[in-house]
Design a protein around this ligand. Structure first.
Ligand code: AMP
Ligand code: GLY
Length: 424
């Protein structure tokens, strides 16, 4: 029976990140019913999936009004960039996430770089160009490798690290002459080195509450080889990142940026994600995202011991934040992806063995891209499953997750075996 005292929550999105958010909400004592739009086959075990796409803002709003949704939580950046928070707020609906004007911190790399320059936040030196010839001249006179970033959303594919002039020329041609990602500008950036980490914070205006840190693995294959992907695995916490690094990142990066967004008339509410690098000259910003990371969320939220509904409410309503507690157990997760990803791939391959994997205990399986087929699960995306193991240390979490991966049967999946290599 539904308890009318408990909240009805809508989660917008359908990947592994949303599965982890749904899973965390399902542990809340305040939440009665969870809907997810559009969700996926795995999410359907924990929430009622609603067939509305994450960019159909009007349909989502009408659904939330009709169902009496008490809180909506947004996963993907496309929904935020489409103005879902503005539309819901105008309709008097509670929604967790930044407005369209605050989401620009992710959708425009140039905006983010200008903001960091203005508020003295450490990041790679840069210049922005809309002219191909000028960009090429600038690159010719500088050092290699050089980093070229398309100034807009490009599904993680708009960043090129050019090793030499020829590669830079090719990438600039794609971005500025051939408009491969659309009509836009290019940020040319100094190449930094060092371990990267993901620092997600809950933010309400100038107030910032840090989450525990995690590390993603962006390249497709073992040994950090192959093309960049949305992320092939992650773990949390990150032993290479000390408490001092976290404190520095909070005080010199996340708080000044949150305050800067307020000063710019774009107060941020939601999750601000700092993609940071520990360089030989200190922690610097690689990028900001305006939402939970994927796959980082799948290793961070399972470690959250506090009630996530209370956290979302505190940010959304501006009420006092409860203490945010993290488990001392660590998490490490492998992404199982379709052969061919991040390029083209087939869908519809049957998946089995998930129950055997879960029966090992201390395992979470988040569905990233699955669908129901012939009474079971089948692949339905590039990234398909994230298998997360818990352990007392990263080594045991890794061994545990690998054992679970070994239980899963599908003839069209691959994964990186070396998640956690920097510390293991
Ligand atoms: P981004 O989409 O900005 O996170 O860039 C994708 C990936 O490119 C990052 O995760 C880094 O591995 C790499 N990258 C981006 N900017 C730089 C930089 N300035 N120096 C070195 N690597 C970078
Ligand atoms: N894992 C990187 C991202 O969510 O953008």
């Amino acid at each position: 029976m539904e308890n009318p005292q408990k909240a009805k929550v809508l989660v917008v999105g359908g990947g592994g990140r949303c599965h982890a958010i749904v899973d965390a909400l399902s542990r809340s004592s305040k939440v009665g019913k969870i809907y997810c739009a559009p969700g996926n086959a795995g999410i359907a075990r924990q929430a009622e999936c609603v067939p509305i796409k994450d960019t159909q803002v009007k349909e989502l709003k009408d659904f939330a009004l009709a169902e009496g949704i008490g809180l909506t939580v947004v996963g993907p950046e496309v929904s935020l960039a489409a103005g879902i928070v503005d539309a819901f707020s105008d309709a008097g609906l509670r929604i967790f996430g930044p407005t369209k004007s605050a989401a620009v911190i992710e959708s425009s790399k140039d905006f983010a770089k200008q903001l960091m320059a203005k508020y003295d936040v450490p990041t790679a030196a840069f210049r922005t160009f809309d002219d191909y010839g000028q960009a090429l001249d600038y690159v010719r006179g500088g050092n290699f490798p050089v980093v070229l970033k398309y100034d807009g959303l490009a599904a993680g594919k708009g960043v090129v690290i050019a090793e030499d002039y020829g590669q830079a020329q090719e990438a600039l041609k794609d971005m500025l002459l051939d408009d491969k990602f659309g009509k836009g500008r290019v940020v040319v950036e100094e190449f930094l080195t060092g371990p990267e980490f993901s620092f997600m914070c809950f933010v309400d205006g100038e107030k910032v509450w840090p989450m525990t840190v995690s590390q993603d693995h962006k390249r497709a294959f073992d040994g950090d080889k192959g093309p960049n992907t949305g992320g092939m695995g992650a773990y949390s916490p990150v032993p290479l990142i000390t408490d001092e690094d976290v404190e520095y990142s909070l005080e010199h990066i996340m708080k000044p940026v949150a305050a800067g967004m307020v000063a710019e008339g774009r107060p941020f509410k939601g999750v601000l994600y700092g993609g940071l690098m520990k360089t030989p000259s200190g922690v610097k910003v690689i990028e900001f995202n305006c939402r939970f990371g994927d796959p980082e969320t799948e290793v961070v939220l399972p470690r959250l011991e506090s009630d996530i509904y209370d956290i979302f409410s505190a940010v959304t309503d501006g009420t006092p934040m409860p203490e945010i507690k993290w488990s001392s157990r660590v998490t490490l997760g492998f992404v199982l992806a379709s052969n061919g990803y991040p390029g083209s791939y087939e869908k519809g391959h049957a998946i089995s063995g998930l129950d055997d994997a879960l029966a090992l205990g201390d395992i979470c399986i988040y569905h990233m891209g699955t669908a129901f087929k012939d009474g079971g699960y089948a692949t339905a995306g590039g990234r398909v499953l994230m298998v997360v193991g818990f352990g007392d240390d990263l080594k045991s979490a890794q061994a545990h997750a690998l054992k679970a991966v070994g239980c899963i049967r599908c003839d069209n999946l691959f994964y990186r075996r070396d998640i956690g290599w920097r510390v293991l």
